[in-house]
Structures are given as C-alpha cells and as structure tokens.
Design a binder for this molecule. Structure first.
Ligand SMILES: Nc1ncnc2c1ncn2[C@@H]1O[C@H](COP(=O)(O)OP(=O)(O)OP(=O)(O)O)[C@@H](O)[C@H]1O
Ligand SMILES: [Mg+2]
Length: 343
C-alpha cells in the first residue's frame, strides 16, 4: 500500500469568517501500481486532497500514511516524501520558476542530491518523454504556450523518478494530439515502470480509457470509489452533481431504449464500436484491442442503481430532472499561498 488517508479533513481559513470545509472525513487507500482517476465538480476538493498526498497541505484533522508511515509523525522526512510522490500542479505557472526549461527540469533531481551527470541525463529523458526537444532547453518557461508550460511542469516531476505520480488536470490547455501524447506517456510509465498514477480530470473519456479505479469527490466527500465501469453505471447520480458519464454511455443507453441488445457497461468508443460491429454480424478489427481502462472484461450488467459503488452510503437519485451538463474545466483559481514550498 502506498497512500492511506484516515478521516482526512481540511478546513481553509479555520476560525475566520471565511472558514471553508474542503475535505470531510475522507478515507481511502491507494495500492502500489494503481491508475486512479479522481473526478468531481469544480470545488469538490480534488486539488486539496492530492496536495495532502505529498504533504503540501496538512490535514486539519485525520491521518495520512505513506508506505505505512504516518507523515504527520514528528521528524518525518517531508522532503523525501515530495520526491517520491510527485505532484504536477493544476496551474503549471505555480511550478515553474527557473530561467530556462532545462534548469527548471533539473531542479528536482538536483534537490535529490544526484550527480551533475545523472541530473542532466534525467532532465533529457524527462523532456523527451513529454515531447520537448533541444530547441526548448534554453527558452524561458514563462515564454512558452500553456500546453508547453504544462509539459515542462510534468517533465520536472518525472525527472525525480517518483513512485507515485499525481497529475492535476494535466491535459487542460492541450490540443487533442498533445493530450493523447501526454496521456500515452503516462500510461507507458504506469505499464512499464509500474508507477502509481493519480489523474485528476474533468474528462470522463480520459478516465474511462486509462484509469482502473475511479474516485468521485462531491463537496469534499468521497462519493464513489470503484472501477470506472461500475461508477459510470451511476450516471444519473453523477449528472445530479454536475458530472456525466462518457458520451458512449449515452449512445449505448439510447440504443437500448430502441430495443437494441447492446451491453450497457461499455464505456469507451472502442468497446462500443466492437459491440456494434458484432451486433451487425461483423468482426471487430484485430490488433486494436481495448485500452488501459478496459482491462477487465465487460461483466454482465445489473440495471443502473442496483449495484452500488457508492461510498457515502446514499441512495440513488431520482432519475427525473438530471440535466447531464458536463462540468467545465476548473474555472476557479485557488490561492497559492499554501503551495509555496512546492519543490
Ligand atoms: N487556498 C484556498 N483558500 C481558501 N479556500 C480554498 C483554497 N483552495 C481551495 N479552496 C476552497 O476549497 C474547496 C475545494 O477546492 P479545490 O481547489 O480542492 O477543488 P477542486 O475539486 O480541485 O476544483 P477544480 O475542479 O475547480 O480544480 C473549494 O470550495 C475552494 O473554494
Ligand atoms: Mg482543482
């Protein structure tokens, strides 16, 4: 087990008029090597939660363990924790500060006390992984586009070779090709180096494709914690909290309404394509198998609401009136005052 949160609570501005409960009694355990999608409406507590995982924010109450050790115990080595649990911020500007791209990416490994040769090798490797070639090395990170800044921020964390990689909306500001490249690299690190990944995302398609476990936050509480397939069965409840299921889920539901017997646990475009091809008597294309998030075969499907992955014990919402408006990418910029010693 790598990360364990016990009754984790976080209150911003405690004791002031602006007191704000951002996390309420969050309990979870993240096993080594998992690929976790963390979703939730704007302001649900995702960024607050992940900043606890590497000790940037301290819980108001509750405990947090990394590899069985309580990180709030006196004398716990927070610096070491931060190099093992790498966090890529929601806003890359919060993470970049060196004069040029190469120096910025070297910062983490240098802080780890590695040799100059190893530092440079790590930086080159990390920049390659995020698709930035030598022409970027001497540019100021602040003169790059949003998507390029994001790549530099990701490289800076990768260069530390963390055990756990946490990415807070890493694809915001990237074009579709850039998004696929970055997520593809992350998936590769997960597959080849068994890196534990926590991906905060507003894209249901992305988490459906890559994550093998989905944690849903709602108003500071953990609402669901299950496989993407099981969580998306609750799409009506997700809609009620401003989220949605992947688009494919809606197509499948519409087909079923028309009496077409398609498995309603399908959550990716590839799965739906294959199922539709089989329905019309054609074989799906070979060599284009399911992606990372679809490791598990589609199980037989209970009706929505029958099997609950819900972790707050609440019952399914009434289906009527759910609007199904997908959440927009984080509009709210959190105060960075508690994030200053981030590296
Ligand atoms: N530095 C801060 N000071 C005071 N309140 C904060 C601060 N950062 C976050 N909050 C509040 O805590 C709650 C959770 O915020 P958080 O940033 O964790 O949400 P989020 O799920 O990451 O949202 P988003 O999807 O918009 O990024 C929100 O109500 C937010 O207003
Ligand atoms: Mg956030």
């Amino acid at each position: 087990m790598s990360i364990k949160a016990v009754n984790l609570c976080h209150v911003y501005g405690q004791g002031t008029a602006l007191e704000q409960y951002a996390l309420k009694n969050v309990n979870l355990e993240i096993e080594d090597g998992q690929f976790i999608g963390l979703i939730g409406h704007t302001g649900s507590g995702k960024s607050t939660l992940i900043q606890h995982f590497n000790g940037l924010l301290r819980a108001t109450s509750g405990e947090l363990y990394y590899n069985g050790e309580n990180i709030y115990a006196p004398g716990y080595d927070m610096k070491k924790l931060r190099s093992k649990v790498g966090l890529v911020f929601q806003y890359p500007e919060h993470q970049l500060f060196e004069v040029d791209v190469f120096s910025d990416v070297c910062f983490g490994p240098r802080n780890q006390g590695l040799s100059e040769e190893e530092i440079r090798a790590r930086a080159v490797e990390a920049l390659e992984q995020v698709g930035l070639d030598e022409s970027y090395y001497r540019q100021s990170p602040f003169e790059l586009s949003g998507g390029q800044k994001r790549r530099v921020a990701i490289a800076g964390v990768l260069a530390m070779h963390p055990e756990v990689l946490i990415l807070d909306e890493p694809t915001a500001g990237l074009d579709p090709k850039g998004r696929d490249e970055i997520l593809g690299e992350i998936e590769k690190l997960h597959r080849e180096r068994h890196m534990t990944i926590i991906l905060v995302s507003h894209s249901m398609e992305d988490v459906a494709r890559y994550a093998d476990r989905l944690i849903v936050m709602n108003r500071g509480e953990k609402m669901f914690d299950d496989t993407p397939r099981n969580v998306f069965r609750h799409y009506k409840e997700l809609e009620a909290i401003g989220l949605a299921a992947p688009q494919v889920t809606y197509i499948v539901q519409a087909l079923r309404k028309e009496g077409i017997p398609i498995d309603d646990s399908l959550i990716t475009v590839e799965e739906a394509r294959d199922a539709i091809l089989r329905l019309v008597g054609k074989e799906p294309p070979a060599g284009d198998e399911l992606q990372a998030g679809e490791k598990a075969p589609a199980e037989s499907m209970p009706p929505v609401g029958e099997e609950s992955g819900r972790s707050d014990g609440a019952e399914a919402e009434d289906e009527s009136g759910a609007s199904g408006v997908p959440d927009a990418a984080g509009a709210e910029v959190s105060d960075s005052s508690e994030q200053e010693d981030r590296k």
